[in-house]
Design a protein around this ligand. Structure first.
Ligand SMILES: *Cc1c(COP(=O)(O)O)cnc(C)c1O
Length: 404
């Protein structure tokens, strides 16, 4: 693959990197990124094949062998994400959960200890509470908003810290610089699930984290088409732990999905700007409606950690969580009466989506664990899309009236 004269300039600003970072043109000089739909690559002769299999330093390893190891379209996505995040290295995965699982499993072994915040995406919780202990890894959960609990849990050697901020669906904010300091004192690598903020709103590596994971399925695709994920972190971590783990276990992203994500990154900032502005407007609107008991949105001054959110994020995000007075019946009546917003457990889409966490994404936890996380039976999680916010407000007003 030849690179034409317009290679990536590392001084470009984030939005320019989002459109052009990592672009490598073939000798056809196509405008858009090419999709290399191929499982393998051919060699001119046996000696070239032999040379391709000799281990090289990552920077000189530009010979593609097999798309489970690497693929030109997937590499363009990894490079664009790496530049946007300001990370040393990036690897893409087939889903967000493959990114979470491999970011932890590639570095952990029996006898290790992991500390995690309790308010996690359901499958992240399952990995930490159910899978890791089966391999002799001790896992400890803390309330992510309570620095005393973090300090208490991080009082001995720990291999990894895992957290999500803002959390799903309660939108709690974890103080990243403070938790990273505590973690580094006991030797732990901090892995941050940055899905809710996306690379457009929050840069965990700049706030002290070691590794960032994404479900690219959410805001990075942003239009509900493909599953994908990514892990970003230090070059040594990727070379020594992550890359061999991915190469030999195989959660590779398809080139087509990588291309969809590349195109998604080009408009990420534009979409996030619009969706965050609409989410803030709708959070304010919901706060003024009868029948709404509570609204949680990090971008509003009444969020308990609003100031922390402002320090860590450039906007409040695309998700608004609110409680309908009247519990499960009222919440069901409300979402059943919506005619524009769809009932769906996905988020970060251009279409506004609403879910009832207690009976869907967080059903598995049971009532006690939900109560501890503050997930009530009247709670609804709204992912605000790109529709005209006035239409969304009218739809929500109608639905709240029907639920009352
Ligand atoms: C969706 C999501 C994941 C998992 O991503 P998939 O692409 O669905 O595998 C992980 N963490 C968070 C916070 C998510 O919202």
């Amino acid at each position: 693959m030849t690179t034409n004269k317009k290679t990536t300039n590392h001084a470009w600003r984030p939005q320019t990197l989002a459109v052009r970072g990592g672009l490598k043109r073939s000798n056809y000089n196509e405008t858009a990124e090419a999709i290399y739909v191929t499982s393998g690559f051919v060699y001119a002769d046996a000696a070239e094949a032999e040379a391709a299999f000799v281990a090289k330093a990552p920077e000189e390893d530009d010979r593609f062998i097999y798309s489970r190891f690497s693929n030109p379209t997937v590499c363009m996505l990894e490079e664009r994400l790496r530049l946007m995040e300001g990370a040393e290295a990036c690897r893409a995965t087939a889903t967000g959960m493959a990114a979470v699982f491999s970011s932890l499993m590639c570095q952990l072994k029996a006898g290790d200890r992991v500390v995690a915040s309790r308010a996690l995406f359901g499958s992240c919780d399952y990995i930490i509470s159910q899978i890791l202990p089966r391999f002799g890894i001790q896992t400890v959960f803390v309330d992510g908003t309570d620095l005393d609990q973090w300090a208490h849990a991080l009082d001995r050697t720990t291999a990894a810290v895992f957290l999500e901020t803002p959390s799903n669906p309660t939108l709690e904010i974890v103080d990243l610089p403070a938790v990273c300091d505590l973690a580094h004192k006991v030797g732990a690598r901090v892995v941050v699930d940055n899905v809710f903020a996306s690379p457009a709103l929050q840069k965990p590596l700049k706030l002290g984290a070691d590794i960032v994971v994404y479900s690219a399925t959410k805001h990075i695709d942003g239009q509900g088409r493909c599953l994908g994920g990514a892990v970003l972190g230090p070059a040594a971590f990727v070379t020594d732990h992550l890359a061999p783990f991915l190469k030999h276990t195989g959660p590779a992203l398809s080139p087509f999905n990588a291309w969809v994500m590349l195109k998604g990154l080009e408009t990420l900032e534009l979409r996030m700007d619009r969706q965050c502005a609409a989410a803030k407007r709708i959070a304010t609107f919901l706060g003024s409606r009868a029948g709404v008991a509570r609204v949680r949105y990090p971008g509003l001054a009444n969020h308990p950690q609003h100031n922390l959110a402002l320090r860590q994020m450039s906007a409040g995000g695309t998700v608004v969580t609110f409680e309908v007075a009247g519990g499960k019946t009222a919440a069901f009546n409300c979402i059943n009466a919506l005619s524009l917003v769809d009932i769906s457990n996905n988020l970060g889409d251009s279409k506004s989506l609403i879910t009832h966490p207690a009976t869907t994404t967080h059903q598995r936890l049971g009532p006690d664990a939900r109560a501890r996380l503050g997930i009530g039976d009247g709670m609804l999680r709204l992912s605000v899309g790109l529709e005209d916010p006035a239409d969304l407000e009218e739809d929500l007003a109608r639905a709240l009236a029907a639920a009352a």
